[in-house]
Design a protein around this ligand. Sequence first.
Ligand code: 2BA
Length: 107
Amino acid sequence: MKLILAIISNEDSPQVQAELAKNGFITTKLATSGGFLMSGNTTIICGTEDEKVEKFMAILEEHSKTRTQIVPSSAAYGAGLYSAFPVEVAVGGATVFVMNVDQFYKI
Ligand code: 2BA
């Protein structure tokens, strides 16, 4: 059995969690924040069978992959960017830890 900790953006969280549930994953969602940007992100905890990790990763690939988005410069201003033109910013992305589980109890 594996324990997966997946840190994803808040924006991707509803879609990722819905898709995981649809595929039979039981998850717990934590409101977290990164130590570097100090902004909110979402950590999903999931205990699952070894053979289902691949499916979990495929769902993350589909729904929280890093991609770029063109935003008006005013939208990027909060991130410390300012330009007279729309700017391209990276959004989404996932940081995933997969750990072996020694014991698992439900009491
Ligand atoms: P990512 O590497 O994609 O990380 C996104 C978020 O995932 C991080 O948010 C953090 O909450 C979590 N995370 C990433 N690696 C981790 C790890 N080894 N252990 C535990 N949690 C981890 P932030 O800390 O706010 O970082 C946001 C983004 O800033 C990072 O994106 C990375 O591109 C950059 N970054 C983070 N630390 C940096 C540093 N010391 N120097 C330069 N850039 C940094």
